[in-house]
Structure formats: structure tokens, C-alpha cells
Design a protein around this ligand. Structure first.
Ligand SMILES: C[S@@+](CC[C@H](N)C(=O)[O-])C[C@H]1O[C@@H](n2cnc3c(N)ncnc32)[C@H](O)[C@@H]1O
Length: 298
């Protein structure tokens, strides 16, 4: 098996596929596909069952059926440039298992780390009662918030019906349906006057030129999950303009803007964004309090 994994890793490297949709390199990608074929739970159990069994697991020969299934996935990964996570249908976000398919963006936001820390040190988690995840996609951010802030009620919105359907499926699998409400909404439009202690969002933020230059793997993700107008700022603009009306006193707005960070800084030089740093990598995430939004954003 280890030989099959090495061969697959070399093949993915040679093929020049892009990594970054939930796997970071060729070895990760090949392992995700192989463990999917072998059964993730069985593989994890074998690897955790002590050095002898793990050694036996790594050196066993793949059956013909396993070889064929692995080969099919590798071929799809290379010829269609389909991200591995869409081929396996599952990933992890903030330590939680998520179903994923092309109805929604593949979860990979650095926000996972902040949610695992319960938004510390920016807010006292004990006082968080209501959280809004705007642009929820498959629900990863909303569901992680519900998991790590067990006393909070979470509302999650998206404009895409297919994404919301996937998010509801994930909520059911994680047993979180009762604390997370999913609402179809164009940004804040369907939220009335509701206010939240935290608004957290990973909205679309890719500009037209960047969109054209992205590797083919991104073409499998919903275009509306990425595209945000000419400069990539369409969603961010709405969020900056309207978030304050939906934040409770002392509330926080946390927004991922990825590579668009430079442009955001340039467009709003006087807004006192706090740009967050993450131990596990990634960036382009800013934080503003309601008071800062009210004072600076017009
Ligand atoms: C970058 S994806 C983020 C998905 C998920 N939150 C994550 O982090 O993996 C952006 C999401 O915004 C949604 N979206 C795009 N335009 C929107 C709009 N006008 N109002 C609400 N949601 C929108 C897309 O359908 C997509 O699910």
C-alpha cells in the first residue's frame, strides 16, 4: 500500500495539479483518496492500533478492487482537475466532519482557528448569545460556531438554495439543527431588524481578473461562491455598509477577504481594521467592533 501511495504522490506532482482545497500537497491528496477507498474509519483504526498493526496496514497489498477504485479517483483528480475533497465527499472543519459536494465551496477558511478559540481574546464567549454566519455555503462556519459556543444560537444565511440544502444536511449529521437556523437571504436582506453579538463571514471576494487566472480546480466550485464583481469587493461593500445595523452593543464583525486585503486597506485607509494572525497559516481576515463601524464606515 505504501508503494501505491508513493506512486500516486509522484503522479500527482508530475501532473501539476493544484493543491489548496482542503489538502496541502500531493501526499495529502493521494492519502485522502486512498483512505477513502479503504474506508476512512477502518484506516484510522488500523493506524491507531499500535505500531505492529500500523506496519502491517502500510505494507499490505491492495486488492484488485481497491486498486481499480484508487486508480479511477486518481484519473478523475488529474484529467478533470477535480479537487480531492469533491471526489471523497467529505472534509473536516474546526475538527468537525463535513459532507461536501459541488453545491458549496470546499471549507478551508482560517476562521476555523478563531472559532476553536471561541473568538478569544476579542469577545468573552460567555456573553455570546447570537451569532450570524453570513454566506454560509455548506454551513461549516455556522456549525463550528454552534459547536464551540454551546450557549449561542446561530443563524446562517446564503443566497444559494443548493448550498443551504447541503448546510442543513451537515447540521443534521452533527446533531446541531436545533441551534442553527438557515435562512435564504441576499446578504442581510431577509434578517429584518435582528441583531447579533458576532457576525462572522467568508463572503465571495474574487475579482474578475483573479477569477480568470485561478487553477482549473476552482472551476468545480460554485462561481457565486467566489465571484464578487470587478474588483472582488461587491459583498464586502454591502457587509461594511450594513453590518452595524445588525450588531448588538459591543458586537463584533469578522470578515475574511483573502488576497483582497491589500485592496481593502487601500480603499478604506481610515477604517481601523484589526487584521488577524493565525498560527496554522492563512490571513486576510479583519475584525471591527460595532462602535468602529458606526464611527468610520459611511
Ligand atoms: C466563499 S463562499 C463561503 C462558504 C462558507 N462560508 C465557507 O467558508 O466555506 C461564499 C458563499 O456566499 C454565498 N453568496 C454569494 N453571494 C451572496 C449574496 N449576495 N448573499 C448571500 N450569500 C451569497 C455563496 O453562495 C457562497 O456559498
Amino acid at each position: 500500500m505504501i508503494e501505491a501511495l508513493r506512486r500516486a504522490t509522484r503522479r500527482l506532482k508530475r501532473a501539476g495539479v493544484f493543491f489548496g482545497h482542503g489538502t496541502a500537497n500531493a501526499a495529502d491528496d493521494a492519502s485522502a483518496l486512498l483512505f477513502h477507498v479503504l474506508g476512512d474509519a477502518a484506516s484510522a483504526a488500523a493506524l491507531a492500533a499500535g505500531p505492529k498493526l500500523a506496519e502491517a496496514f502500510w505494507h499490505r497489498r491492495l486488492t484488485l478492487k481497491e486498486r481499480l477504485a484508487f486508480e479511477t479517483l486518481l484519473e478523475l483528480r488529474i484529467s478533470m482537475r477535480c479537487p480531492a475533497v469533491y471526489l471523497t465527499g467529505k472534509t473536516w472543519f474546526a475538527g468537525l466532519p463535513m459532507h461536501i459536494d459541488p453545491r458549496a465551496l470546499i471549507p478551508r477558511s482560517p476562521l476555523a482557528e478563531l472559532i476553536e478559540r471561541q473568538f478569544r481574546p476579542w469577545i468573552d464567549p460567555a456573553r455570546v448569545r447570537r451569532v450570524l454566519d453570513l454566506c454560509t455555503g455548506g454551513g461549516c462556519i455556522a456549525l463550528a460556531c454552534a459547536h464551540y459556543l454551546p450557549t449561542a444560537k446561530v443563524e446562517a444565511t446564503d443566497i444559494s438554495d443548493p448550498a443551504l440544502a447541503l448546510a442543513r444536511e451537515n447540521a443534521r449529521s452533527l446533531g446541531l439543527s436545533r441551534r442553527v437556523r438557515f435562512t435564504k437571504s441576499d446578504h442581510f436582506a431577509a434578517l429584518g431588524k435582528r441583531r447579533y453579538d458576532i457576525i462572522v463571514t467568508n463572503p465571495p471576494y474574487v475579482g474578475e481578473r483573479e477569477l480568470r487566472s485561478l487553477p482549473p480546480e476552482y472551476g468545480h466550485e460554485p462561481r457565486m461562491a467566489l465571484a464578487a464583481g470587478k474588483q472582488g469587493l461587491d459583498s464586502v461593500l454591502v457587509i461594511l455598509r450594513e453590518a452595524a445595523q445588525h450588531l448588538a452593543s459591543g458586537g463584533l464583525l469578522v470578515v475574511e477577504v483573502g488576497n483582497t486585503e491589500t485592496l481593502v486597506r487601500r480603499c478604506w485607509p481610515r477604517v481601523p481594521f484589526t487584521w488577524l494572525e493565525f498560527e496554522r497559516g492563512g490571513g486576510g481576515v479583519f475584525l471591527l467592533t460595532r462602535e468602529q463601524l458606526e464611527r468610520h464606515v459611511r
